[in-house]
Design a protein around this ligand. Structure first.
Ligand SMILES: [Zn+2]
Length: 62
């Protein structure tokens, strides 16, 4: 089952949806997206609270 994360569920008003094989792959894609689209720094992306928040929003693809 593919895993899915809607950027909007994490916070930003953004229509991007990440689809990945597993949670770690989803996190990698989200990190790239957050860096390139939302201008987040590596420090912000690697913040444990942010990562935990993102993981909570990843769900099975409908
Ligand atoms: Zn986004």
């Amino acid at each position: 089952m593919a895993r899915e994360l809607r950027c909007r569920d994490v916070g930003p008003d953004c229509d991007a949806i990440v689809v990945a094989e597993n949670d770690d792959e989803a996190l990698t894609q989200v990190a790239d997206h957050a860096r390139s689209v939302h201008g987040m720094t590596d420090e912000e992306i690697n913040d444990p609270a942010f990562l935990a928040h993102v993981r909570e929003q990843i769900h099975d693809r409908a």
